[in-house]
Design a protein around this ligand. Structure first.
Ligand code: FAQ
Length: 331
């Protein structure tokens, strides 16, 4: 397949003419649905947007380990515990692929983690809500992983090659996560009245924050138009949110649970479900750091990073020993 690299002008001497030629090659590659690769020329703003989005995504994966890890020691059976441990470890792996993808853009994992720890880069709003009961593990799998898949399947066609390829594997693993959550909730829903009530309560609390995961409405989304023009994003926030609602309604019926929205109903004319207004004030407050668990999540993340310093040092010393002192340091 022809790539932007194959069409790259022969030499660059930093002149304005070069920049225009490079930009034309980049634009043509994006228009032709080719992948942009790390060594291809790309506009500075494209690079910055990717670093911002991939970093936020990576941070979400590792902060997202916390709410569910909270239940590992209290899982109700060995089977549930093994599944949950595998899922939480998968999230760490997703963080790893994504930090790796961001590093191909000329940033370092240390730099990105520092921005997370000092509040200069965000992570998903959803992980600032508490996991109060065992049923929350099911609701996260069904709704949060379900929303993540809806958002991330189109990212497998993102114009930036390393991000798109990371998403392929991540989506496969997220599908398993979604299924385990659905199966967990189904078991509770069909269990005792108390278990059913616990499942319903968890869905009631996670539904609206899951809809917020898709980001602000299109008319308030600062980055969507440009990201869609660059084919980083393939659909708008509202389009994906609507797709998720349409997927969840029949699944909730199969689960024997209801979704906490009195305005939710099928609209024959639109061919979609209408749904009630989202509390965007809550969303922006959570982004500002005022959600129920923001402080706890960040404190725990920084503590884990500090406590893991000896692992990074040992890995660097091992690499240096085996590469004759040239071993690159990776956290
Ligand atoms: N939370 O202009 P837009 C997962 C920010 S992974 C926090 O619409 P964009 C797996 C946005 O950054 C979940 N901030 O932005 C899992 C921007 O702020 P900035 C994470 C949000 O980038 C499951 C501002 O608002 N997934 O769950 C949120 O075009 C279970 C304006 O917004 C990804 O990151 C939010 N919800 O669209 C793990 C997917 N929404 O940067 C563990 C990749 C928006 O200017 C357990 N990312 N903001 O300061 C994306 O698809 C996009 O970045 C969006 C936002 C759609 C999230």
């Amino acid at each position: 397949m022809a790539t932007a690299a194959a069409h790259r002008p022969a030499r660059a001497d930093g002149t304005a003419a070069d920049a225009t030629a490079y930009e034309a090659v980049f634009d043509a590659a994006v228009a032709a649905d080719e992948r942009i690769e790390p060594r291809d020329w790309m506009p500075d703003a494209y690079r910055a947007t990717l670093v911002r989005q991939i970093a936020q995504h990576a941070h979400s994966e590792i902060i997202g380990m916390q709410p569910e890890a909270n239940w590992i020691t209290r899982a109700p059976s060995l089977r549930r515990k093994a599944i949950l441990m595998a899922k939480v470890q998968d999230e760490a792996g997703h963080g790893l692929y994504l930090y790796g993808a961001a590093e191909t853009l000329g940033t370092s994992r240390d730099e990105l983690l520092d921005k997370l720890h000092t509040g200069r880069q965000k992570y998903s709003s959803i992980f600032n809500y508490p996991t109060l009961t065992w049923a929350d593990v099911g609701a996260i799998g069904w709704l949060v992983d379900g929303a993540a898949i809806t958002n991330q399947v189109p990212l497998c066609r993102c114009s930036y090659g390393p991000y798109a390829r990371a998403m392929v594997r991540i989506c496969k693993e997220e599908s398993f996560h979604q299924r385990q959550g659905y199966e967990l909730l189904l078991a509770l829903s069909r269990g005792t009245p108390e278990q059913h009530a616990m499942a319903q309560d968890a869905v009631n609390r996670w539904w609206w924050p899951s809809l917020m995961m898709f980001g602000p409405p299109d008319d308030e989304s600062a980055h969507s138009a440009q990201s869609m023009a660059w084919k980083i994003k393939r659909h708008s926030n509202d389009e994906l949110r609507q797709r998720f609602v349409d997927i969840c309604v029949p699944q909730a019926q199969s689960l024997g649970l209801t979704l906490p929205d009195p305005d939710l109903k099928w609209n024959e004319e639109r061919g979609h479900h209408d749904f009630g207004p989202i509390d965007w004030t809550e969303f922006w407050e959570v982004l500002k750091g005022n959600g129920p668990c923001n402080e706890q999540r960040l404190t725990q993340r920084k503590q884990a990073h500090e406590e893991g310093a000896w692992v990074r040092e040992a890995a660097a010393a091992y690499a240096a020993k085996h590469n004759g002192g040239t071993g690159a340091q990776h956290a």
